[in-house]
Ligand binder design. Structure first.
Ligand code: GDD
Ligand code: MN
Length: 389
C-alpha cells in the first residue's frame, strides 16, 4: 500500500455506536438525547443498543424513542434472551456494527457523548487505530466514586500493566473507539467487563491514543459491577496472559525451541553430577559406618531424581503432577538413563578394543551419543513431545 492509499483507507466514513444496557430505562433516553447533539451528519452514525432482556423494559423504551422522536441517526436494538455480561454484549454489538469505526460506551451517562467527536477525529489519523477515552491521563478525572472503588480500579489497572505489559494509563476504560478492521481476526473470550483489555492484547500491533475525559458516576440506577465481575476480571487476565505466552512461543522457530530445550537438558545433567557428588560425599562422611559403595548408590538415585524433576518442570515445562502419570514418567526416565549407561559402556568397549581408538576420544564420543539419545528418547517418550519442536 502506498502512502496515499494508506491515507484513504485510514479515513473512517461511517460510525457505529455500541451501547450495552441492562435495566437502564431511566438513563437510556438521556443518552440518546445527548447523542443527537454530539453526533454530526458527516459522521454517518448508527446507534446499536444491546439489551439483555432488561426486566425494566429498556428495549421497549428504546423502541418507542426510535419511533416517536425521529432521531437523525438510525437506532438498532439487539435483544438477547439472558443477561450475559458486559463484554459479551459489546462483542454482539460489534458483530452487528456496519460502520468502519466503532465507539463503545456505557448507557448511564458516565461517558460524556461530547467526547465522541474528538475520538472520531483522532481516528482519522493513519497512525491511530484505537482511541481510549482515559480517566488517568492529564485532564482526565473520576467524579462520584467512593475511595474503595477508585482503589479497586487502580489495582486492576496495575495488574493489567504489569501482568500483561499494557503501556497505556487507562486500560480499564469502558469508553473507547477503534477502526473496525483491527478486530476482524480476534476470537473473543468476552469474559466479564474488560473487552478493551482483550482488544489491546490481541490486536497487539494496533496504534493506541489516549485522550482525557471526566468519568461521572451514574445518578440513576445501580452499577452492575459485583463480586462475580471482579472474579471474572482475574480470570480474563489469566487467559490473556496465557494467550500472550502462546503467541510468543508459536512465533519462535522450532530450531530455537529445540536448542533451548537441549541446553536445559544438558544443564540439568551437569547439575546432576554435582548433586551426585555432594550427596555421596555427605552420606559417606556423616554415616561413617556406611559402605562407600552404598553412599555412591544413594548419590546416584538422588541425582537421577533431581534430574527427573528439573527436566519435567523446567526443560519440558510439564507442570502436571498426576501421581500415576508422573510415576510412569519417572520409570521411563530411569529406564532410558539405564539404557544410556549400558550403551555408553558397550560403545567405549567397541571403540577401544575393536577399533583401537584412544580411550579419552572413545569416552567423549560415547558420552555425546548416549546423552543426545537420552535427550531425544525422553523428549519423545517420557514427555510426549514432537522431537523437532
Ligand atoms: N447488555 C448488557 N448485559 N449490558 C450490561 C451488562 C450485561 O450483562 N452488565 C452491564 N451492562 C451495561 C450497563 O447497563 C451499563 O450501560 C454499562 O454496561 C456499564 O455498567 P455499569 O454497571 O454502570 O458499570 P460501571 O459504571 O461500574 O463501570 C463502567 O465504567 C468503568 C470506567 O470506564 C464500565 O464501563 C467499566 O468497564 C469501566 O471500567
Ligand atoms: Mn456505570
Amino acid at each position: 500500500m502506498n502512502s496515499i492509499q494508506k491515507e484513504i483507507r485510514s479515513k473512517t466514513k461511517s460510525l457505529s455506536i455500541v451501547i450495552p444496557t441492562y435495566n437502564e430505562s431511566k438513563n437510556i433516553v438521556k443518552i440518546l438525547d445527548s447523542l443527537r447533539v454530539a453526533l454530526t451528519r458527516d459522521m454517518n452514525a448508527e446507534v446499536i443498543v444491546v439489551d439483555d432482556n432488561s426486566p425494566d423494559g429498556t428495549s421497549k423504551t428504546v423502541e418507542e424513542y426510535a419511533n416517536s422522536k425521529n432521531p437523525e441517526y438510525p437506532i438498532h436494538i439487539v435483544r438477547r434472551e439472558n443477561k450475559r455480561g458486559l463484554s459479551s454484549a459489546i462483542v454482539t454489538g460489534i458483530e452487528h456494527a456496519k460502520g468502519d469505526a466503532v465507539v463503545v460506551m456505557d448507557s448511564d451517562m458516565s461517558h460524556p457523548p461530547q467526547t465522541i467527536p474528538k475520538m472520531v477525529e483522532e481516528l482519522q489519523n493513519p497512525d491511530c487505530d484505537i482511541v481510549v477515552a482515559s480517566r488517568y491521563v492529564e485532564g482526565g478525572s473520576v467524579s462520584g466514586w467512593p475511595f474503595k472503588r477508585k482503589l479497586i480500579s487502580k489495582g486492576a489497572t496495575k495488574i493489567a500493566q504489569h501482568g500483561l505489559g499494557i503501556k497505556i494509563k487507562d486500560p480499564m476504560s469502558g469508553f473507547f473507539a477503534f477502526k473496525k478492521h483491527i478486530v476482524n481476526n480476534i476470537k473473543f473470550d468476552a469474559i466479564g467487563y474488560k473487552v478493551l483489555l482483550e482488544i489491546l492484547v490481541k490486536a497487539k500491533d494496533a496504534k493506541v491514543k489516549e485522550i482525557p475525559y471526566n468519568f461521572i458516576d451514574r445518578t440513576t440506577g445501580k452499577s452492575k459491577l459485583d463480586l462475580a465481575v471482579s472474579v471474572a476480571y482475574l480470570q480474563s487476565v489469566w487467559k490473556l496472559y496465557r494467550y500472550g505466552k502462546s503467541v510468543k512461543t508459536n512465533e519462535r522457530r522450532a530450531s530455537v525451541h529445540f536448542l533451548s530445550k537441549a541446553g536445559r537438558f544438558y544443564t540439568v545433567g551437569a547439575s546432576g553430577l554435582l548433586v551426585n557428588y555432594i550427596v555421596s560425599f555427605l552420606f559417606g562422611a556423616v554415616l561413617s559406618n556406611l559402605w562407600y559403595l552404598y553412599a555412591t548408590m544413594i548419590g546416584i538415585v538422588f541425582s537421577m531424581s533431581t534430574n527427573f524433576i528439573l527436566n519435567k518442570v523446567w526443560t519440558f515445562e510439564d507442570r502436571t503432577f498426576e501421581p500415576k502419570k508422573t510415576l510412569i514418567q519417572y520409570g521411563l526416565f530411569l529406564g532410558f538413563s539405564g539404557i544410556g549407561a549400558v550403551f555408553q559402556l558397550l560403545m567405549v568397549y567397541g571403540l577401544v578394543e575393536l577399533r583401537h581408538v584412544n580411550y579419552s576420544i572413545a569416552l567423549f564420543l560415547a558420552v555425546a551419543v548416549a546423552s543426545v539419545g537420552n535427550f531425544l528418547l525422553n523428549k519423545k517418550w517420557t514427555f510426549q513431545e514432537k522431537v523437532w519442536s
